[in-house]
Design a protein around this ligand. Sequence first.
Ligand code: ADP
Ligand code: MG
Length: 380
Amino acid sequence: MSFSELKLHPSLLSNISSKGYETPTPIQVQAIPVLLKGKDLLGIAKTGSGKTASFVLPILQGLLTKPIVERNRQPKVLVLVPTRELAMQVTEVFKELSHNLRQPVKSMAVYGGVSINPQMKALFGVDILIATPGRLLDLQRSKAISLSKVETLVLDEADKMLNLGFHEEMQEIFDLLPKKRQNMLFSATLSDQLSGINRVLLVDPVLVQIEAKPDEEELINLSGYFVPDERKGPLLRHLIREMDMKQVLIFTSSGNKADKVAAKLMGNGIEALAIHGKKSQFARTMALDHFKSGKLPVLVTTDLMSRGIDINELPYVINYELPRSPKDFVHRVGRTGRSSTQGLAITFVTREETQHFKVILKKMKRYIDLIDSETMDFKP
Ligand code: ADP
Ligand code: MG
């Protein structure tokens, strides 16, 4: 299957090839035709499998075929995402794929943590709005935006967006949207909530679920170490040096812990920054940009960075602490091994967590032997 067989507009095909995509990924092959027909869709495919373009392309094609009558503060497309960084990233994909279209399309990200006034001004003439829920509601309340003309709603990381944490905001947003619209839900971890979502959101939806083929090569290699808490720091430094890690994303369970781990690495001559919800947006954006571009070798974070963030060919992820939820584990390790590139995800496990780790692996249908850090020789 090729992109041209998906009957996409020539200008889109040219943007696709400028982006370096040669053939559509399985979720793109299956989701794009369904979405072009205007159907609701529940798209489930593993991390790094190209879910973004599978909604961006049909959305752009849809806008191209409908002439824009007037430009105002009424976006036709609303994409909701859980974090500011993901809003920026998804917007970038919309922009890259909408270069030089027959009819210009304006996509824009709005998110909290930065001043609202420039966003208010810039919203004029927006076609596609990519937003985190809180800031979207602020803009709506101050009449900088109206959601009454939204024809297409996308929930990226849909299970997260429909989680308790966003419940009230999402309900308020749904109430502002026209009843008749096309809905698209995407995530790597969605299946168990299917029935609830169907009832609330989707009308006669098509389910596209891409399962791994039995003979498919596993891109995310997993390994793990038994290590007591007090030995985690020395083990981390040992692994970074021993494996000569040039780019590694480290997950901890709190912002406070992320700061501590980063500071300790710095104290030991390993350049690292922490990024989490309590940092300023300026610091967050700067650290992630430096990390993505390869200038910063180590980024220590929380589950803030676990959803959707695409770092080109990131070779290593380390779970310094085990997440409570198996889903978070799936998303964390899914920052590596994306788009047909191999990666390694290392997990630190204390003795008390052995059972919990087994549960996580079982859910993922994976099995690994843990290495006992006590049998290893590294400095305290
Ligand atoms: P997901 O949302 O499924 O986790 P993304 O949409 O972030 O995955 O895509 C993962 C990576 O794969 C991105 O860097 C993206 O540019 C790339 N990608 C997407 N589609 C293709 C394709 N058809 N061919 C090659 N690379 C692709
Ligand atoms: Mg994604």
